[in-house]
Design a binder for this molecule. Structure first.
Ligand SMILES: [Ca+2]
Ligand SMILES: [Ca+2]
Ligand SMILES: [Ca+2]
Length: 424
């Protein structure tokens, strides 16, 4: 009976994979226009399955866009014994703003230069600890590693938690940018960008740089803002997704307990982080509950955006969207870049401040920014040490109990042997 069930499951999975592969044939993320970044051929999305021994797996598509570099699309996750469920339509970097402390002008790297095209690095030396994943036009690097523990209990062997990371590198001048997407076994998705390279800018003003040699000049400090565009589409039903802001409020400073305040964001808006209230944002499907008593349960399947690493602010007079940490917009196909959007879509708005115009949100898109200030150091000179900027997207009420609990292995102390727990 068990064998028959396994065969039926295998057939279902194979049928699903066949359907899934064709879903990757999506249209290009950005369309070439007269003043666009040079486009030779349209990118084609490539399917990829990332499977863990536990049965958990991710399925998604990837392609290289001239502006954003690596773009993930049609992202699905399923825990052990759980069906694959769609999470996002697409996820990508929507802008990287780079500014030296002494400059008044900032470079908008994604719209002005792009992470794809000539700046994409397909070099063989970049996947030393992983394996290449070949696409139709480019390849990316995939790495696996054990993180921490999924489950630990007395008399049970600890269950390790694994992750698979996708890596893509772009170079602009002497600056090196590595996009990393960490996809964990238990459904967490952690986007990040690592900046490194070589010092290429010096100043004679000690207020704006660091002394790294005897030249009398200072290696310049700079600020980097990264904005990610996350078009959630939970369970492949985009118009019933909603965004809520969470605040954890202590009524007075000496309180050890905090009340949760949840407010729906119904119209396009900008929001800021609030470290005091541990503010975060959840996107969830209004009709989908993981419990059997879905009708009475107030919780819905979703993802929580934890902005905890945020803490710096990038301020520019003419780019007011950078004053905020997150924007929520109603999905529009032509709104792809947080600024300089007209370089790839001429008939669309230019930047986020134009996209956010109080529309009612039917199909939400999150735009999340993180900013870091960095200073070169004498120890690393002439290199710039790696600066990682990243955050977490955490599954929220995705299942009514841990899908990993049946996988724990009890240890038989007397015989010193172990035996797998049968879940059936
Ligand atoms: Ca939905
Ligand atoms: Ca709008
Ligand atoms: Ca959406």
């Amino acid at each position: 009976m068990k064998t028959l069930t396994k065969i039926a499951l295998l057939i279902l999975l194979l049928a699903h994979s066949a359907v899934y592969a064709s879903v990757c044939e999506t249209e290009p993320f950005s369309t070439p226009s007269d003043n666009s970044i040079e486009t030779l051929t349209s990118p084609t999305a490539n399917p990829i399955t990332l499977a863990f021994d536990s049965g958990a797996r991710w399925e998604l598509c990837w392609h290289v866009d001239n502006a954003s570099g690596l773009v993930l699309s049609n992202i699905h996750y399923g825990g052990p014994g759980m069906p694959l469920r769609k999470i996002m339509e697409s996820a990508s970097i929507a802008q990287v703003i780079f500014q030296y402390d002494e400059d008044t002008h900032a470079s908008h790297l994604i719209s002005e230069q792009g992470f794809g095209g000539e700046n994409w690095v397909d070099g063989a030396q970049l996947c030393k600890h992983g394996e290449w994943v070949a696409g139709t036009q480019h390849r990316i690097c995939q790495q696996r590693r054990e993180l921490n523990l999924l489950a630990r209990a007395r008399h049970y062997r600890s269950l390790p938690r694994n992750e698979i990371t996708l890596h893509a590198v772009s170079k602009i001048g002497l600056n090196r940018f590595q996009q990393v997407w960490q996809l964990t076994e238990d459904g967490e998705l952690n986007p990040s960008l690592t900046y490194s390279g070589q010092v290429s800018r010096f100043t004679d003003n000690s207020s704006f740089g660091v002394k790294v040699d005897d030249s009398g000049l200072y290696a310049s400090n700079a600020t980097l803002l990264v904005n990610w565009r996350l078009d959630f589409n939970i369970d492949n039903s985009p118009t019933n997704d909603r965004v809520d802001e969470f605040n954890f409020i202590a009524e007075n400073p000496t309180d050890l307990t905090r009340k949760i305040s949840i407010t729906e964001i119904t119209n396009e808006s900008f929001r800021k982080i609030n470290n005091t209230n541990f503010r975060g944002w959840r996107i969830s499907d209004q009709d989908l509950s993981s419990g059997d008593n879905g009708e009475s349960s107030p919780t819905r399947i979703g993802y929580f955006l934890d902005p905890q690493p945020s803490g710096y602010q990038f301020t520019q007079n003419d780019k007011r969207w950078t004053d905020f940490d997150i924007a929520v917009t109603n999905q529009k196909r032509c709104e792809k870049l947080a600024s300089g959007n007209q370089s790839i879509n001429q008939d669309c708005g230019t930047h986020l401040y134009e996209f956010v115009n109080d529309e009612i949100i039917e199909d939400p898109v999150l735009w999340f920014s993180l900013t870091r200030h960095f200073t070169p150091s004498k120890e690393d000179f002439p290199a710039i040490r790696s600066n990682r900027i990243g955050f977490s997207l955490i599954p929220f009420d995705w299942s009514k109990s841990s899908p990993f609990s049946d996988l724990a292995i009890p240890v038989n102390n007397s015989a010193g042997q172990s035996q797998k727990v049968q879940s059936q």
